[in-house]
Write a protein that binds this ligand. Sequence first.
Ligand SMILES: *Cc1c(COP(=O)(O)O)cnc(C)c1O
Length: 358
Amino acid sequence: MSHFWSSLTHELRPYVPGEQPHMAELVKLNTNESPLGPSPRALEAIRGEATETLRLYPDPQATALRAALATYHHVGSEQVFVGNGSDEVLAHTFAALLKHDAPLLFPDITYSFYPVYCRLFGIAYEAVPLDHAMQIRVTDYRRPAGALILPNPNAPTGVALSRAEIATLLEQHPDAPVVIDEAYVDFGAETAIPLVASHANLLVVQTMSKSRALAGLRVGYAIGDADLIEALTRVKDSFNSYPLGRPAQAGAIAALEDEAWFQQSRARVIEGRERLNRGLVRLGFDVLPSSANFVFARHPAHGGAALAAALRQRAVVVRHFPAPRISDYLRITVGTDGQIDRLLSALSDILRGKPAPA
Ligand SMILES: *Cc1c(COP(=O)(O)O)cnc(C)c1O
């Protein structure tokens, strides 16, 4: 607290990202990073940009990357916006499209960055409760709204809506922007991108951080009607004209070109998720049906905070949210087979009351 701060700064409640601890032999399953490396072709393209040309500013419109994304997703370049991670794309989206007289709607259990942006930009919102099965019920969104945003699959539950359900939401709110945050869509959900052609109010946000294993490169993007994209560009060019550096633009293009790597890597994550799922069920956990690269699970006899702390003593880090309705759950990222085995054996020891190694 300082009297140098603006009143806005005093009001902020910043997002708390999952920690990046430095521990020996750590099994890090807390921030939904990919257990597999990025495409070797992406790495080569990034290295290729580590040259003297770095003295020059990058293309402020990221024209080549936007064209590559447009081709990949069968839309026009004017329907594509790119940013420094999808968090930045989301921030610009909140500023450009989500502030209206009527409240913004999003689920009560969802990506915890959304209320943070609402405070930053002074946006009134209403949190719509998930149902008893921790699922989004689209009929609950049939109420006055200035705009809607939801992740699909939802975070941190991992539960997905079908494309038909997204279409229902769009038809319930033809005059309000509807933003679908598809950070995890490649792990088993249906993308809403095909609905962009018929719905001028739909914006779909995706990222290279999860399914393309490039969280460290910071590349996210949005696809929607050219009018929505123009709004995002206006905000971006009022904030930072050069959000993506040369290595990020080149690396992202190369990652998109390596379809074989992408398909193989997401298939391996999906297989890992099913193995993790079975292992947790065997240990007595309730596991929500996940279409993401993580699972959300609770044990009927053990609290989430205690389990997370006991895992940490065994150098296994998972995400726990000390929030209403979800404090008994753990969000566990799908790791390599070896990491999944370490997690399951640590949980098995904890449930049997075996003391942690000193
Ligand atoms: C990880 C995540 C993001 C942000 O990803 P970036 O790394 O900023 O692209 C956005 N939305 C959800 C729901 C996420 O889980």
